[in-house]
Design a protein around this ligand. Structure first.
Ligand code: SF4
Length: 341
């Protein structure tokens, strides 16, 4: 069925728009663990965690609760070794997020006497905190009237306005942020931002928006919501071939520590160039995707020929405590079982 034609512009009728949205949220708000707290550290953790990980995945594995149990405050994470924080973040990917969480905790302790700043502008001076996260912490933790725009809100607003500009362009971002600020209910910023975000997460979904039951359909200017938001062409995946050595000595696995930007701080199988492996037959081949790399990993059951400059090997017996990229951990688990090791 065709989407109904909107009679009113959302910004020109913002009071009625807010009322309709908040009324809907009153009976449709989801009960997320991060909605039950106003502690800025907990809210920052949830926001950073949810940046590249879906709500469903964070909830299913209780990642938010587990992380906060291990690091309940900024003091605990500020003094934790890097290996411990990377291990705690394992499986969530984009590990600079947890490194920045630690840097932020240290900055709050040292530069703000342990108290999180409450305004979005100052929050943005902290490591890894951009405009969205700053607005989220300011409005969710302190109930300050700071607008927020994430992917869900950008989609909702671009549809409300029937915006044909690319939402990830400078001009598109300017329009979306300005509208988020104009629509914001300054008397209930925490509630309003949560409601707008939830509308994007539920009814105003990317592929099949529920326009007929949408609480703000009377203000929505688009006739073809599925075509919005307009976005810049996607960054292409980079294909990478890797050649790795799988070697066990005295019941210990030979690993080295990652130095390149993709694996910094992580334990990995020693890698070599294809020429250095030309005389060997791979025992298996694995494909996985990590950030924007599509990796094909060829695995050789052999001891790596010699150390490369700056490289150090370690014979490891206990993998569970070490940070290892999830796809590599899966390969290791499968291989050790298959080879009866
Ligand atoms: S679901 Fe989205 S596109 Fe549909 S009426 Fe509501 S805001 Fe507009």
């Amino acid at each position: 069925m065709e989407k109904p034609l909107a009679r009113n512009h959302p910004v020109e009728n913002k009071r009625a728009f807010r009322k309709a949205l908040l009324k809907w949220f009153q009976t449709n708000a989801k009960s997320y663990p991060w909605r039950k707290t106003s502690d800025p550290w907990s809210i920052l953790v949830s926001e950073i965690m949810l940046q590249q990980t879906t709500v469903a995945s964070v909830l299913a594995n209780r990642r938010f609760e587990k992380f906060l149990k291990q690091f309940p405050d900024i003091e605990t994470i500020a003094t934790a070794p890097e290996e411990t924080i990377l291990r705690a973040w394992e499986g969530l990917g984009y590990y600079n997020r947890v490194r920045n969480l630690q840097k932020t905790a240290r900055a709050v302790l040292h530069d703000f006497e342990g108290q999180f700043p409450s305004d979005a502008e100052t929050l943005q001076t902290l490591p890894g905190i951009g405009r969205y996260t700053a607005g989220a912490v300011s409005s969710f933790a302190f109930n300050h009237p700071a607008p927020i725009v994430d992917g869900n809100i950008a989609r909702v607003i671009s549809r409300l306005l029937n915006c044909q500009k690319e939402v990830d362009s400078t001009a598109g971002q300017k329009i979306i942020w300005q509208t988020a600020a104009e629509l914001l209910d300054a008397s209930k910023p925490r509630l309003f931002n949560s409601a707008l975000m939830e509308l994007g997460q539920t009814l105003c979904s990317p592929k099949s928006p529920g326009c007929l039951i949408c609480p703000v359909r009377d203000y929505c200017q688009t006739r073809s919501p599925e075509s919005l938001p307009v976005k810049k062409p996607r960054k292409k995946f980079v294909q990478v071939d890797e050649h790795a050595f799988f070697w066990i000595e005295k019941n210990k696995l030979l690993l080295s520590k990652g130095q390149d930007s993709r694996r910094q701080g992580f334990w990995k199988l020693p890698l070599r160039s294809p020429e250095q492996c030309a005389h060997l037959e791979p025992i298996s081949q694995h494909r996985y995707t990590i950030t924007h790399h599509k990796v094909t990993l060829y695995l050789y059951h052999a001891k790596p020929p010699r150390l490369l400059g700056g490289e150090k090997y370690h014979l490891i017996s206990r993998l569970p405590d070490l940070p290892i990229a999830t796809p590599v951990r899966k390969i290791l688990a499968a291989k050790t079982i298959e080879l009866g090791l």
